[in-house]
Each structure stands twice: as C-alpha cells, then as structure tokens.
Design a protein around this ligand. Structure first.
Ligand code: HEC
Length: 119
C-alpha cells in the first residue's frame, strides 16, 4: 500500500518534470526577410508561394514545417530531385529566415468551417 503510493507520487513527478533538451531547436529568424528569400531563391516555384506544395514539383512545407535540422539537411543535401543550396548560395542565416517565414504561415480553415464544402 505504502509502496504503491510512493510509486504513484514518483510517476506524477516524472510526468510533471520538464522534458530534457530533446526538443527540436527552433532558431530565431526574420520571417519578413525569409519571405523575400523564399521568393528570390526560387523555392516558391516548386513549393508554392506560401509553401502549400506544388503537386509533383515540391511537397508542402507549411504550416508545420519539419524540424529545423531536417530542413537544413534537405537544403544542403537534398533527398532526391531538389537542387542543393550550398552555404555560398544560401547562408545559414538566410535558411533561418526562410524557416521563420515557413513557421509564420498560418494554418488554413478546417473543411468543416468552410461553408461551401458543407452543403
Ligand atoms: C526545382 C524544384 C525545387 C526548388 C527550386 C526547391 N525545392 Fe525543395 N523540394 C523539391 C522536391 C522535389 C522535394 C522532395 C525531396 C527531394 O526531391 O529532394 C523538396 C523537398 C524539400 C523539403 C523537405 C520537405 C519534406 O517534408 O520532406 C524542404 C524543407 C524544402 N524542399 C525546402 C526548400 C527551400 C527552402 C527551397 C528554396 C531555398 C527549395 N526547397 C527549393 C523541389 C524543389
């Protein structure tokens, strides 16, 4: 009985403890400059002007962009058909701004909230 309550208390403590530094880091960046960089570096041509995806050319990037580390890795060493963006072409600072822009793109309305889809 006593043992159980101690174990429960420890579980509760563990659940309340902050999650250690495994959370993906979110770099600071300038979303306004990032928006410009996204256009000027041609990202929009394949991924759409608001990162909504361009059909076969490039997947959706926003809302909810993938973690920054994976984002940067894709720029430097793309998985498949995407052209690589080296540091000389696109600095780490520019990449952070683009990431901030992608994070700033709001989620669209849910289908249930769009009248014409619910007649
Ligand atoms: C010529 C078309 C093209 C351009 C330009 C382009 N991409 Fe891509 N991108 C792709 C394709 C295709 C993929 C799918 C993976 C692959 O082929 O490497 C992709 C994948 C990605 C992914 C991974 C998405 C995921 O969910 O896995 C990110 C992030 C990304 N692109 C960001 C960018 C950014 C930022 C730029 C501009 C600096 C850019 N891309 C420019 C075509 C493009």
């Amino acid at each position: 009985m006593m043992k159980e309550s101690v174990a429960l208390a420890m579980l509760a403590l563990a659940a309340a403890a902050p999650i250690p530094a495994q959370q993906p880091s979110i770099p600071a960046g300038d979303p306004h400059k990032g928006r410009r960089d996204f256009q000027e570096n041609g990202c929009y041509a394949c991924h759409g002007t608001v990162g909504h995806g361009g059909g076969w050319q490039g997947p959706k990037l926003a809302p909810d962009p993938l973690p920054y580390e994976a984002f940067l890795a894709q720029l430097r060493e793309p998985a498949r058909a995407m052209p690589a963006y080296s540091r000389e072409v696109l600095s780490d600072a520019d990449a952070k701004d683009i990431y901030a822009y992608l994070r700033s793109i709001p989620r669209g309305k849910a289908a249930a909230q769009i009248g014409i889809l619910n007649r």
